[in-house]
Design a binder for this molecule. Structure first.
Ligand SMILES: Cc1cc2nc3c(=O)[nH]c(=O)nc-3n(C[C@H](O)[C@H](O)[C@H](O)COP(=O)(O)OP(=O)(O)OC[C@H]3O[C@@H](n4cnc5c(N)ncnc54)[C@H](O)[C@@H]3O)c2cc1C
Length: 499
């Protein structure tokens, strides 16, 4: 799992300065005005005057609430998972229905306000919160309806993964979701959706049957295999570029909810053998097994090698799937627990908001061979950089059965995910960790597929976004040009329309 980056973009700086200027000017002209109507910023970084009348009109047009800097709940509402983004929007529209989302989009378009879309707020690069712009907050639209006969679920666009799992598992039905229950379905399911059931049932997008969306022109449309099929293709992996999903329909699968959590920690001295055994295990693994092999260097500079993850089934079967680790001798620690899936999905939740900063690079590998393992291990042992990790996780299985052009998500042949990461607490020096990520990354990148997972974006350049969509990119640009020619939805791993 990777963590957030303390990004300071030039746009951010400009806006911060501009906000200071606007607030000061407004306060000296009329102190009362700053307490209600919101100074804001346009898509072109221009200053916008929103009057109390504008805000009142917006409030009248929605069932939900307009939150302003003067509102009592403003500071709670603007928090997102990553502590790196202490952003102050001009207004937050807490939507209560698809019609509210439509009204918010129409308002933003009419005033040309820079607009972010927020579901679970877990964007590593802070896309869902914006200085001086408007946030369309979907959190209150979170209902899940399960059709047990059809084995499908309708999931509202602001639902969290926990809402989905808690609604389907009592019926012994499930679909793939990520591994932290307060992550939003909205972001996860538009970008891909990896999780403990992915090798068995595919990515979350592979189980998507259709969506209802609000487009940049304010229209509400459905997209599925027969209605707006291009849009349906694009929203399965293309992220938030094409509009705001207000309803997802997912295919569910029969599943009794039995899962086993597995974790074996070995000393760094055994890392080479452990990683080579992990490579053999993962190359021949059953679809039920999803584990990663990781090297972690602690605060004190101690490196351990960990094989951890889960097996969709009983403890006995899970242990059997990893029996090849036994000849490596006793691990430093072993944690194996059979539990129910909904419980395991929340085990890594921690706090709703993270207190650690982070930086990471992510890609996919087609194979895991001894040469690659040697290269990574030699670097990690030599560098010995505190608070860093490199993790190689299993993908493949049902995910690799889908053709690269069937959905916008193209990284189907990358059967391993590889993440190099560092994290730090406020006040800790992060320079060595970030340099470590970049240096190790530059060695791994030439051996990777060249793409990455857009939901793991930090400060990755536009070129990497383009590369990760491979041959699908041109079609995505065409669809974006059709449905969002002004690039209204651009606070995301952006696919730019043709000009
Ligand atoms: C702790 C943690 C654990 C994670 N675990 C996993 C994991 O197991 N598997 C995995 O695949 N990923 C995982 N991720 C990455 C995650 O998929 C992305 O961060 C994703 O963007 C989060 O979605 P969100 O709705 O919570 O984010 P938000 O920050 O609310 O939204 C991010 C972006 O998604 C888009 N978006 C959100 N909602 C909608 C919507 N309804 N319609 C259209 N666009 C929308 C918008 O562009 C928005 O800016 C994890 C992230 C974190 C922080």
């Amino acid at each position: 799992m990777s963590h957030p980056l303390n990004i300071t973009s030039s746009r951010f700086n400009r806006r911060t300065l501009l906000r200071g200027g606007i607030a000061m000017a407004a306060a000296s002209a009329s102190p009362l005005r700053t307490a209600s109507a919101a100074p804001a910023i346009s898509n072109r970084d221009a200053r916008i005057e929103l009057t109390d009348g504008h805000i009142a009109d917006l409030q009248r047009s929605i069932e939900g609430a307009v939150i302003l800097p003067s509102s009592a709940t403003y500071n709670d509402e603007r928090r997102i998972w990553s502590p790196a983004f202490d952003r102050k929007p001009a207004l937050i529209v807490k939507t209560a229905s698809a019609k509210d989302v439509q009204a918010a989009v129409q308002f933003a378009r009419a005033h040309d306000i820079l607009t972010a879309v927020r579901c679970g707020g877990h964007s590593y690069s802070g896309f869902s919160m914006v200085d001086d712009g408007m946030v369309i907050d979907l959190k209150a639209i979170n209902g899940v309806t399960v059709d047990t006969a059809k084995q499908t679920a309708h999931v509202a666009g602001g639902a969290l993964l926990g809402n989905l799992d808690r609604a389907t598992l009592p019926h012994k039905l499930a679909t793939t979701a990520g591994v932290v229950s307060h992550t939003g379905v909205g972001g996860l399911a538009t970008g891909g959706g990896q999780g403990r059931l992915g090798r068995k049932f595919g990515l979350t997008i592979d189980n998507m049957l259709g969506v209802e969306m609000v487009l940049a022109d304010g229209s509400i449309v459905r997209a599925n295999a027969t209605e707006n099929p291009d849009l349906f293709w694009a929203v399965r992996g293309g992220g938030g570029n094409f509009g705001i999903v207000t309803d997802f329909e997912f295919q569910l699968h029969e599943y009794d909810g039995v899962i086993t959590s597995l974790s074996y920690t070995f000393p760094g001295s055994k890392a080479r053998d452990v990683m080579n055994v992990y490579a053999e295990i993962s190359a021949n693994a059953p679809l039920e097994l999803t584990v990663s092999g990781s090297l972690r260097t602690s605060d004190r500079g101690e490196t351990t090698c960990i094989v951890s993850g889960s097996f969709v089934g009983t403890r006995r079967a899970g242990e059997a799937a990893l029996k090849a680790l036994a000849p490596l001798g006793e691990p430093i620690s072993t944690r194996v627990e059979e539990m129910d899936y909904v419980t395991l999905q929340a085990v890594a939740d921690g706090n709703l908001y993270s207190d650690r900063f982070g930086y990471s690079r992510y890609t996919y590998l087609r194979q895991l061979d001894p040469k690659f393992i040697d290269m990574v291990l030699d670097y990690v042992m030599r560098a010995n950089t505190p608070r860093t990790s490199v993790s190689i996780g299993m993908q493949g299985g049902a995910i690799a059965q889908v053709n690269e052009t069937d959905t916008a998500f193209a990284e189907r042949d990358g059967i391993y995910q590889c993440a190099v990461a560092t994290t730090w607490a406020a006040g800790e020096d992060s320079a060595a960790g970030q340099a470590h990520v970049r240096e190790l990354w530059s060695m791994i990148d030439p051996m990777s597929t060249g793409g990455f997972y857009i939901n793991e974006i930090y400060d990755d350049p536009e070129e990497r976004i383009r590369k990760s969509f491979r041959g699908n990119y041109a079609r995505l640009v065409d669809i974006k040009t059709k449905v969002d020619p002004a690039n209204f939805f651009h606070l995301n791993p952006n696919i730019k329309p043709k000009t």
